[in-house]
Design a protein around this ligand. Structure first.
Ligand code: UD1
Length: 424
């Protein structure tokens, strides 16, 4: 179990480099099931989710080569699959939501996929009906059994309308359709930058995908795909988390290697708090004092990302007045608010709305990381609290999605120590 000890921090300042995006890397890794030729992903972040997915892909018959490790400047991952098959371990799949992305490639490549229903953060029901609906539109026969789903059939192109622009469902359908005979059209597709990155990657493998980043994606199926080398986009959520930390402490922070064009909604909201953001060839700099409360409504991209709701709420604890958060994407994503209240925060939750009465003095105490982004937000809240905050992360949520968040904050002047203990 990880326990973080976070000292109150007056001011963050300095520079940090942003890692590659977790949510881009995971689907790219699953594309390694699509070909016998090596696909190489550069600058892979050191995350528990990456390790778990590597275990799952190996369990599916993929071959993996990893060059470099956390002490090397760059870690490169190469994957290929001569003879892929369905995973044998349901335990591994239940550990992370993105494991469901093996379904599309396996089905397209072998005509059969049996996968356990995925796990991940308990931030809502997180069904996979849209993934399944997409596979059915491509001709798969589906059999649901308690805890798992079996799909089979020779796929061919089809038309899919997503009732909600689900990121995972869009990715899964793309990953299947690239090897289908015929043309697939996805309507109301997700537009996230990670979708564009996946399309770029697959096109480099010889796929024919157009419309990535728009609501209509068209895929002309190919007989086979080949290898490629790709560097994923930077992590806009890691970048946003560090910017919130800086804004909370009246800091002056330069983010290197960031794509500001992927973060417009977050940057607008940060500007509304009163801070100054400046883009330059060196990176993205945030300076000044955040003071004005905000109104945040989470939406699919290009709206405000649900993954930034918790870190933004940590910032709202510092803003005098009432900030309003409306969570429209997941139905159970305010678990961190209860932990923030332990530090002395005043937050009222009504259904999907959280009202944060900011500007109160917070006092460090023992709190728990409830989920990935909620855990990161608690680390930020700990910076604002007087004295020391002890953040317990029994499920290792934070390391699932951030490569050394405490180390990045410490490089900017925070004092956070990490203890790894085994549960008794
Ligand atoms: C991805 C991200 C996650 C982010 C989320 C929303 C990855 C690995 N994870 O998760 O960090 O918070 O997008 O931006 O990229 N839904 C259904 N049926 C489905 C699929 C989804 O009802 O078949 C619902 C979900 O319950 C949720 C909403 O759609 O309420 C959004 O989910 P989705 O976009 O699919 O999120 P993920 O791909 O799981």
């Amino acid at each position: 179990m990880a326990t973080y000890r976070i000292r109150h921090c007056e001011r963050l300042s300095g520079e940090v480099s942003i890692h590659a995006a977790k949510n881009a890397v995971l689907p790219l890794m699953c594309a390694g099931l699509l070909t016998r030729e090596p696909v190489t992903i550069e600058h892979v972040p050191e995350l528990t989710d990456v390790h778990t997915l590597l275990e799952i892909l190996t369990d599916c018959g993929a071959c993996v080569r990893r060059d470099g490790d956390r002490h090397a400047p760059v870690s490169t991952l190469t994957l290929w699959s001569d003879d892929p098959h369905s995973p044998t371990s349901s335990d591994l799949l239940s550990r992370m939501r993105a494991s469901v992305l093996v379904m599309g490639p396996l089905l397209a490549r072998t005509g059969y996929a049996r996968v356990a229903l995925p796990g991940g953060c308990a931030i809502g029901q997180r069904p996979i009906d849209l993934h399944i609906k997409g596979m059915q539109a491509l001709g798969a026969e589906v059999q649901l059994t308690p805890g798992s789903v079996t799909l089979q059939g020779r796929l061919r192109g089809g038309n899919v309308y997503l009732d909600f622009p689900s990121v995972g469902a869009t990715e899964n359908i793309i990953l299947a359709a690239v090897l289908c005979k015929g043309t697939t059209r996805i309507e109301n597709a997700a537009k996230e930058p990670e979708i564009i990155d996946l399309c770029t990657f697959l096109n480099a493998m010889g796929a024919h995908i157009s419309g990535g980043g728009t609501g209509t994606i068209i895929i002309e199926g190919r007989e086979a795909l080949h290898g490629c080398t790709h560097r994923p986009i930077p992590d806009r959520i890691e970048a946003g988390t560090i910017l919130c930390a800086s804004a909370m402490t009246e800091g002056s922070v330069l983010l290197r290697g960031v794509r500001a064009d992927h973060m417009r909604a977050v940057l607008f909201k940060l500007s509304e708090t009163g801070v100054t953001l400046r883009e330059s060839p060196a990176g993205l700099r945030l300076t000044g004092r955040a003071s004005q409360p905000v109104q945040v409504r989470t939406l699919a991209y290009p709206g405000f990302p649900t993954d930034m709701q918790a870190p933004m709420m940590a910032l709202a604890l510092r803003l005098r007045g009432t900030s309003v958060f409306l969570e429209t994407v997941f139905e159970n994503r305010f678990m961190h608010a209860r932990e923030m209240a332990r530090l002395g925060a005043s937050i009222r939750i009504e259904d999907r709305i959280a009202l944060v009465n900011g500007g109160r003095i917070l006092a460090g105490t023992a709190v728990t990381s409830t989920d990935l982004r909620g855990g990161a937000a608690m680390m930020l809240a700990g910076l604002a609290a007087e004295g020391e905050t002890i953040l317990r992360d029994p499920c290792g949520h934070i390391a699932r999605g951030y490569e050394d968040l405490p180390g990045m904050l410490n490089a900017l002047g925070a004092v956070i120590t990490v203890e790894e203990t085994t549960d008794s």
